[in-house]
Design a protein around this ligand. Structure first.
Ligand code: S3P
Length: 456
């Protein structure tokens, strides 16, 4: 069956929402939608493989649907089959020139990873995105991909829309990533797949390694060496990737929201099942445990090259901690919701080295500080650090939060409103669907009979 859901623009009409303290504790057992990072990669690798790949648990969020549409526009056959997705791939180097501009919506991961794929094909392609994505830097990938022979035309500052012309014969790369970014690393490896010989990508700090795991899963040869705090990845180019089924675990970055909510709402007890727990994604868990959170891991297992398990979380007092900058890559998307937890903790939490937050879906460093300030918390930005002073009680709430087209800010604000005396209002929750369709329904289910998240 072809999947025909119309792709809506989350920005179409603002969807304001208010969250208020639930009548009782949050409780229940739940799952969260599939991992966004793994879902994008599963679709791309399946399209580059020979044969038919079945993907279970794909995140059907707007971001991933953009990748699905792009792979289809490039000649792969991508269709929904019951609850699964089926992709018939074209083989490495076998994608076809797209007839039209590829619109990647709100998704930096889709745009950056796909840039690596497109730059390796000898045709012209053009990518664009929504107002948030069109503001985000692309030169971090295009400058390095140009070394492999691709040419790019972009707007001022290397921003989308971006035109890409790949070379007839892509050259293997030997590069160090300029920032700790799994998106940049992955774009380079996806390009390297198409070049003869070995592509070597070095990163000074280890970032999430789903691309490396997926490359192996589909049959490529990848060697990873530890180099100080970073890694050197060597990929043998031009392999024949073979279709392999993929089971996408729950997204730990999405689980962060019900997890922190359960920590903050008195009496709560929540189990989140079947979560991806890749060690390069668990910085939030490490930090919350240091803050004194009652979180236990159950049913730990391995599936498709990824660690998976269940988390059991109970409400309890939290204390402020110092979060070292080296931890940032392993929890880069979780700082807004960690800042919410920190605002309800006792003492100061300093989150170090957050420069990368400035170039996410919004300037998340500034917007997280705004979110907390608007609700009565004490917070300041010092250089690249975010410093939150908690009094041991949730801040007053009552603020209106501007979400700046950023799903994670919207969800963080709504989690805060579950703990504050006065409700927290959010100007637009439409973007939540980019990563966590069903978020509002899930939180209301955990809250019991009276919904805690309601239309403003
Ligand atoms: C992602 C990597 C991260 C993260 C993003 C998803 C990925 O970005 O913020 O949501 O799937 O590779 P950077 O690697 O650029 O930090």
């Amino acid at each position: 069956m072809v999947y025909r859901r119309a792709m809506t623009s989350p920005s179409a009409a603002p969807k304001p929402l208010t969250s208020r303290r639930p009548a009782g504790p949050l409780s229940g057992v739940c799952t969260v939608p599939g991992d966004k990072s793994i879902s994008h990669r599963a679709l791309m690798f399946a399209a580059l493989a020979v044969g038919e790949t079945r993907i279970k648990g794909l995140l059907e969020g707007e971001d991933v649907l953009r990748t699905a549409a792009a792979m289809r526009a490039l000649g792969a056959c991508v269709a929904r089959d019951g609850a699964d997705w089926l992709v018939a791939g074209r083989g490495v180097g076998g994608l076809a020139e797209p007839e039209d501009v590829l619109d990647m919506g709100n998704s930096g991961t889709a745009a950056r990873l796909l840039a690596g794929v497109l730059a390796a094909h000898p045709f012209l392609s053009v990518m664009t995105g929504d107002a948030s994505l069109r503001r985000r830097p692309m030169r971090r990938v295009t400058d390095l991909l140009a070394l492999g022979g691709a040419t790019f035309l972009a707007r001022e500052g290397g921003r989308l829309p971006l035109a890409i012309q790949g070379p007839r014969e892509p050259l293997p790369l030997a590069v160090t990533t300029p920032v700790p970014s799994a998106q940049v690393k992955s774009a380079l490896l996806l390009f390297g797949l198409h070049a003869p010989g070995a592509t070597v990508v070095e990163e000074n700090e280890a970032t999430r390694d789903h691309t490396e795991a997926m490359l192996r899963h589909f049959g490529a040869r990848v060697a990873v060496e530890e180099v100080g705090a970073g890694r050197r990845i060597t990929l043998a180019g031009q392999p024949e990737l073979r279709a392999r089924d993929v089971a996408v675990p729950g997204d730990p970055s999405s689980a962060a929201f019900p997890l922190v909510a359960a920590l903050l709402v008195p009496g709560s007890h929540v189990t989140i099942r079947d979560l991806g727990l890749n060690p390069l994604r668990t910085g939030l868990l490490t930090t919350l445990l240091e803050m004194g959170a009652a979180i236990t891991l159950a049913n730990r297992r391995e599936a498709g090259g990824e660690v998976v398990g269940d988390l059991v979380v109970a409400h309890g007092a939290l204390r402020g901690v110092d979060v070292p900058y080296e931890r940032a890559p392993s929890m880069i998307d979780e700082y807004p919701v960690l800042a919410v937890a920190a605002a309800c903790a006792t003492g100061t939490t300093r989150m170090r080295g957050l420069a990368e937050l400035r170039v996410k879906e919004s300037d998340r460093l500034a917007a997280t500080a705004e979110l907390l300030t608007a609700n009565g918390a004490q917070v300041r930005i010092e250089g690249d650090d975010l410093v939150v002073h908690g009094t041991g009680r949730p801040p007053a709430g009552g603020g209106m939060v501007a979400t700046h087209m950023d799903h994670r800010l919207a969800m963080s604000a709504l989690v805060l409103g579950l703990a504050t005396d006065a409700p927290v209002a959010v100007d637009d929750t439409g973007f939540i669907d980019t990563s966590f369709p069903g978020f509002v329904a899930l939180m209301n289910r955990l809250a019991g009979e009276t919904p805690a998240l309601v239309a403003a």
